[in-house]
Design a binder for this molecule. Structure first.
Ligand SMILES: O=C(O)c1ccc[n+]([C@@H]2O[C@H](COP(=O)([O-])O)[C@@H](O)[C@H]2O)c1
Ligand SMILES: Cc1cc2nc[nH]c2cc1C
Length: 346
């Protein structure tokens, strides 16, 4: 456990918060007039340890995995869509491919546990722990050893990746079930409040999914600790994302979180190492019901609310220009003094 989960210290560089706030307040604008962008500036400055932070070589990592539970009809789509979308990401045709190109994000697709053999190629990290998780109604989705391996591989992957910003995406038919189960177990929220339509279940489908997830929760009463819950409910992509995020936090990188599933990895991380949260920027609030509750549980304030429910890292990528603007404003915008503008009427 000690080697697996690094200790993430709180962000506290003496005086930096005050210096950043002074710098923000001295920019040529009415005090506070850049609204929530000002909180983002402060956060990015604190994470990157600079009054003039610069985002470098941003990495969009899309972690993919399949889920044993998907065979029980918890998704509106078949499991094969997972590998087919991985091919689409790599071919450049998915939403995240387009957004990564638009914003200059290096896209890496990580096979954390897809039920398919991929030919090696550029942009694909072959890190398969197993071809899909087990059916969590019958047994833990992952063994504790598999879960630990996924976390460890995620950490190693990130450690050899350049840049100071990590954007987290995922792909996995059935993974809103894992995220809902983690939310229910780790926050003790009722499963009905955690379960949503995912890829597009109708009302009857959501009812069936909720009933099944209630049974899955009951099948693992002992899985109370964050890592036990993660192993019980899956999946490989969530565990590997957790590893990458922990390593990114340890290395002082900015972590840009996508929707419901990426946030579930943060929920696990935050219960293990609460200071991880200080390094996270939440890109958006997903339309998946349950995400609002999950964000609330972490005191997180997402940047965008566009009604997205796609995953892939799409919401993180869409929020990315706001992070770039925040850093640029800190670096380039004039102060009252440098521009010769009167600072207030008093
Ligand atoms: O990120 C989100 O908030 C989100 C909300 C709903 C669905 N998804 C995506 O849809 C898939 C999971 O949905 P499901 O219905 O198969 O559990 C998976 O590939 C996710 O990337 C993602
Ligand atoms: C087509 C499709 C694309 C996705 N991207 C992320 N999750 C997805 C689920 C489906 C079904």
């Amino acid at each position: 456990m000690h080697d697996l989960i690094p200790t993430i210290p709180p962000l506290d560089q003496p005086g930096l918060g005050e210096a950043l706030q002074r710098r923000i307040d001295n920019k040529t604008k009415p005090l506070g007039s850049l609204g929530r962008l000002e909180a983002l500036m402060l956060r990015l400055g604190l994470i990157l340890g600079s009054e003039t932070p610069e985002l470098q070589a941003p990495q969009m990592m899309v972690f993919a995995g399949d889920h044993g539970l998907a065979a029980r009809g918890v998704s509106a789509y078949p499991s094969d869509v997972t590998w087919q979308m991985v091919e689409n990401f790599l071919a450049g045709g998915a939403a995240v491919s387009v957004l990564a190109r638009q914003h200059g994000l290096t896209l890496t697709v990580v096979d954390a546990g897809v039920r398919h053999d991929f030919a090696p190629r550029e942009g694909l990290a072959l890190c398969k722990i197993a071809p899909g998780t087990a059916d969590s109604l019958e047994q833990p989705a992952m063994s504790e050893a598999q879960c630990a391996q996924a976390i460890s591989v995620g950490r190693q992957l990130l450690a050899k990746t350049p840049g100071n910003a990590l954007l987290l995406g995922e792909m996995g038919i059935g993974n809103t079930s894992s995220a809902a189960l983690l939310l229910a177990r780790l926050t003790r929220a009722p499963i009905e409040q955690c379960t949503g339509r995912g890829t597009g279940l109708d009302d009857a489908g959501v009812q069936r999914k909720t009933a099944l997830l209630r049974q899955v929760l009951a099948a693992h009463p002992q899985a109370k600790e964050p890592l036990q819950a993660l192993a019980a409910f899956g999946g490989f992509e969530i565990a590997m994302m957790l590893g990458a995020m922990l390593q990114a936090a340890l290395e002082g990188r900015v972590i840009v979180v996508d929707g419901f599933i990426a946030s579930s990895a943060v929920l696990v991380a935050a219960q293990l190492q609460p200071a991880v949260l200080e390094r996270c920027v939440f890109g958006h609030q997903s339309d998946e019901s349950g995400h609002a509750l999950m964000l609330q549980a972490m005191n997180a304030e997402p940047l965008l609310q566009l009604g997205l429910r796609l995953g892939e890292g799409s919401g993180a990528a869409l929020a990315w220009p706001l992070l770039e603007s925040a850093c640029r404003i800190l670096r380039e915008m004039a102060s009252f003094e440098s521009a010769g503008v009167s600072s207030s009427s008093s």
